[in-house]
Structures are given as structure tokens and as C-alpha cells.
Design a protein around this ligand. Structure first.
Ligand code: XMP
Length: 319
């Protein structure tokens, strides 16, 4: 009989066998995948594990603080929290091509990890929360010829130059299985239920050039949107929901003045594994109320649209 408890033990044995007494570095993103990876590794090899949480300046509101707090309060895992936002945002200045954004972020992640890895004695492995859909999607699409739709920076094997071997204990699992495993490992339900968040973060929800101004506006709008979704009890029905800030300013009226601010798009989809998705059928009341709140509460946005594209032909993210 296949059980999650059985899988957990099997995964722990496999990690111990692969790693031996070497040291492992795990990039913690705060997402379910990397969190489950870290906790599983911690169970398997204890303090042979060091986690590194990199704040690339592209996280959501309060995210860095909350993730670090969750791990510090609940687990006895060695954790380095690194604020590298100046480095990432600096290198991304003037970059608007989606693939170049991913490549830049991926390259910097490797640099930053290398920097910390050098300080960790006997580090031999890098742990990643790669899932089965990541593995397939990065090599083929709809059974067609091998093409890369998006170069997910967390897939494809880190360059050998990093000098670390990979441990990917979730490589055979789908998202719902990772959540079940997280539950089995005692991760708080609020954490397990979090929507997926891409490695490149807000960079790919800010089409065109990324600026600190746009990121600040995006964070605020996203927080209002998620608050609305939670208040209406819809969070768990949705696979992923977020705001994208559009690279266009539009004219509006506020009181007796004219505004010229950014437009944004709300995105919410249902999905089982992220490979296909349908837009979420919010009520018009919900959409109207949310648009009003965002425009009233977020300085810098004066127009709200709802993205009703499914995947395919769209992708979930805007880039
Ligand atoms: P798309 O936009 O390709 O997204 O339909 C499918 C799922 O993957 C996430 N995503 C990424 N995750 N690095 C990641 O770690 C990436 O570069 C990346 N691009 C998309 C997306 O959020 C969705 O869950």
C-alpha cells in the first residue's frame, strides 16, 4: 500500500543514501516546495543542512519577514537570511525581455549561492524543490517537439561551475502530493495552502522594465487583492492569484482632478498542476469591489482589469 508516511520514510532513506555525511545547502524561497524540501532534508540529515533564504527584492509584501519568522520560530534549521535586493534590482535595471529577466535572476542566484556555499564547510550538495511538472514542462510541450516555453531558473540543473551536486527529493511529485507530504511533516496548514510563487517573483508580474516604484505599487495592489480573496473565502478555491502591473499609464478622474497612473491586471486561475489552467469566475460584485479598493487604497494605480485568458493559449504568469 502506498501511503504518504511511507513515502516520507522512503524519501528520507534516499536522501541519507545519496548525501552520506556531506553538507547540503538548500535555497529556501518560502514556497511550499522549498519548505517541504528543507524540512524533509532536516529530518534526514539534521545539521548537515544549511538553508539560505535570498531576498531578491522581488518578493511580496512582508514575505521575507514572514518566511524567516516561520522557520526561526518552528524549526531548528540553520538558516542564513540574505538581503540581496540591491544586487538583483541593480542588475535588472533596464532589462525588459522576459527571458533575460529570468536568466539574469538565475545567474545572480547562482552567484549568491556560490558566495554562501563557499562559507559552508564541506558543502557538496544543493537541494532544490523541483517538481515533476517542472521537469516535464522544461523539455516538451503537448507532446510536440522539444521546446522551452520559459526557462524556469530553478530547473535544468545548475551549472557544474557551481561545483555542487543536486538533491531533488520532490522530483517525482505533483503539487498536491507535495502539500500532502508537507502536512505529513507537520508544516502549518496556512503555509501548505499558500499559492505557488515563481522563483523570479514579481519580476515576471511587472512586464517591461522593473523599477522600485512599480514594485512598491504592485506589492500594495497585490496585498489588497489577496486580502479581498481571503475575506470572501475564495483563497483555497484558487490555484494562484496575483496582480500584474502593466507598463502603461492611463488617464482617470479622482475627485475633481485628472490622474495619470498605472493600469493593472488581476489574475486568478484554477488548476491541478499548473500545466493547464482556467480563469477563476469571480462574481461581478467581487471584481467591482476589488477594483474600487485597489484604486482607493493604492496610490499609483487608476485602472483595474481582469485577465480571463486560460492556459493554453495563455500562460499563468504574464511573462
Ligand atoms: P506559467 O506562467 O508558465 O506558469 O503558466 C506555470 C507555473 O509555474 C510558475 N512559474 C515559474 N516558477 N520559475 C519558477 O520557479 C519561473 O521562472 C516560473 N515561471 C512560471 C508559475 O507561477 C505557475 O505556478
Amino acid at each position: 500500500d502506498w501511503t504518504m508516511a511511507g513515502y516520507r520514510q522512503q524519501a528520507i532513506d534516499a536522501i541519507r543514501e545519496q548525501v552520506g555525511d556531506a553538507h547540503v545547502i538548500c535555497g529556501l524561497s518560502g514556497g511550499v516546495d522549498s519548505s517541504v524540501t528543507a524540512i524533509l532534508l532536516h529530518e534526514a540529515i539534521g545539521d548537515q543542512l544549511t538553508c539560505v533564504f535570498v531576498d531578491h527584492g522581488l518578493l511580496r509584501q512582508n514575505e521575507a519577514t514572514e518566511v524567516v519568522k516561520m522557520f526561526r520560530d518552528n524549526y531548528n534549521i540553520k538558516l542564513i537570511a540574505a538581503d540581496e535586493s540591491d544586487l538583483f534590482l541593480g542588475e535588472l535595471e533596464g532589462v525588459s525581455d522576459p527571458e533575460l529577466k529570468r536568466k539574469t535572476i538565475g545567474r545572480l542566484f547562482i552567484d549568491v549561492f556560490q558566495k554562501y556555499a563557499n562559507d559552508i564547510k564541506d558543502a557538496e550538495y544543493l537541494a532544490q524543490g523541483t517538481l515533476y511538472p517542472d521537469v516535464i514542462e522544461s523539455v516538451s510541450f503537448s507532446g510536440g517537439p522539444s521546446v522551452t516555453i520559459k526557462s524556469h531558473h530553478n530547473v535544468g540543473g545548475l551549472p557544474e561551475k557551481m561545483g555542487l551536486k543536486l538533491v531533488e527529493p520532490l522530483r517525482e511529485l505533483f503539487k498536491d502530493e507535495v502539500r500532502a507530504l508537507g502536512h505529513e511533516l507537520g508544516l502549518p496548514a496556512s503555509f501548505i495552502g499558500r499559492h505557488p510563487f515563481p522563483g523570479p517573483g514579481l519580476a515576471i508580474r511587472c512586464p517591461g522594465e522593473i523599477t522600485r516604484e512599480k514594485l512598491d505599487i504592485l506589492r500594495k495592489a497585490d496585498a489588497v487583492y489577496i486580502d479581498q480573496i481571503r475575506k470572501h473565502g475564495l483563497y483555497d478555491e484558487i490555484w494562484q492569484a496575483f496582480v500584474a502591473i502593466l507598463p502603461v499609464r492611463t488617464v482617470g478622474v479622482m475627485g475633481d482632478g485628472r490622474t495619470y497612473d498605472f493600469a493593472c491586471a488581476l489574475r486568478a486561475v484554477t488548476s491541478v498542476d499548473g500545466m493547464t489552467a482556467d480563469y477563476y469566475p469571480f462574481s461581478h460584485e467581487f471584481l467591482g469591489e476589488t477594483a474600487t479598493r485597489i484604486i482607493n487604497e493604492v496610490k499609483g494605480i487608476n485602472r483595474v482589469t481582469y485577465d480571463i485568458t486560460s492556459k493554453p493559449p495563455g500562460t499563468i504568469e504574464w511573462e
